[in-house]
Design a protein around this ligand. Structure first.
Ligand code: IPE
Ligand code: IPE
Ligand code: MG
Length: 238
């Protein structure tokens, strides 16, 4: 009998290739980002239907500020629109939204709509959707270290109490399971500062498709590949 297909509980995605997708069509890069934003909404719905419990997407890295001002502005405006329009959808689909990354550098109105969306969806029990904005794995670890150092300095934590669980609890992803599967699109095979701590034992899948071409079928292919992996966690299997 065929073995039942395992659905990864947590899928993380480095959505890459919006610019290349647009260039190939003679369009401005921002059109690629706009199409990419539509694809995220569709994939969230597909992931939910497939039984994925947590979906985390990389929308804007701590390094993406180095792009031209107009592109940064366009990306922030897309995120702004998303935060404003997604509440009704989340309520309907029981989606819980969280933003990971350093929100303090974002415009105050964007911070406010993120906080509103997080609060309003906090009780939702369906798929948990994390959007990484101004996120960098190193930055997240630096901020966690600062918080822990502060707690050691004020005496609430002893240096001996610092262990992997305590570090986990101080990350933006506190309370979430580590990703089982990490997907990167558009043929690039690197991590680009995403979830450095959390992907210690994630399975990696590199898709040739640019993010705006990503589809439910490609997500299915990634999950099929995941099902052919043997996760060992440093031990012996079989
Ligand atoms: C991914 O697409 C979106 C972000 C990084 C914000 P890119 O904008 O990196 O597209 P390419 O890599 O230039 O094609
Ligand atoms: C990673 O893509 C960041 C996001 C998808 C938000 P980049 O396009 O910024 O990464 P590099 O520059 O190719 O490593
Ligand atoms: Mg890129």
């Amino acid at each position: 009998m065929e073995q039942e297909r395992k659905i990864p509980a947590h899928v993380a995605i480095i959505m890459d290739g919006n610019g290349r997708w647009a260039r190939k069509r003679g369009l401005p890069r921002t059109m690629g980002h706009a199409q990419g934003a539509r694809v995220v909404e569709q994939i969230l719905e597909d992931a939910d239907h497939m039984g994925i419990r947590y979906l985390t997407v990389y929308a804007f890295s701590t390094e993406n500020w180095t792009r031209p001002d107009a592109e940064v502005k366009a990306l922030m405006n897309l995120l702004r629109t998303y935060m404003k329009t997604s509440l009704a959808k989340c309520a309907k689909n029981n989606v819980r939204i969280r933003v990971i990354g350093d929100k303090t550098r974002l415009d105050p109105d964007l911070q406010a709509s993120i906080a509103h969306l997080e609060q309003e969806t906090a009780g939702n029990t369906g798929i948990s959707f994390q959007i990484a904005i101004n996120y960098g794995g190193r930055d997240e670890l630096v901020r966690a270290c600062r918080k822990i150092a502060g707690e050691i300095a004020d005496g609430s934590v002893s240096p001996e109490a610092v262990d992997a669980d305590l570090i986990d609890a101080h990350l933006d992803t506190a309370g979430l399971p580590d990703p089982d599967l990490l997907i990167r699109t558009c043929g690039e095979e690197r991590i680009s500062n995403f979830l450095l701590w959390q992907i210690a034992y994630s399975e990696l899948y590199f898709s040739p498709l640019a993010w705006p071409d990503f589809s439910k079928e490609e997500l299915e292919r990634a999950i099929d590949a995941y099902n052919h992996r043997e996760r060992r966690y440093g031990g012996l299997v079989g």
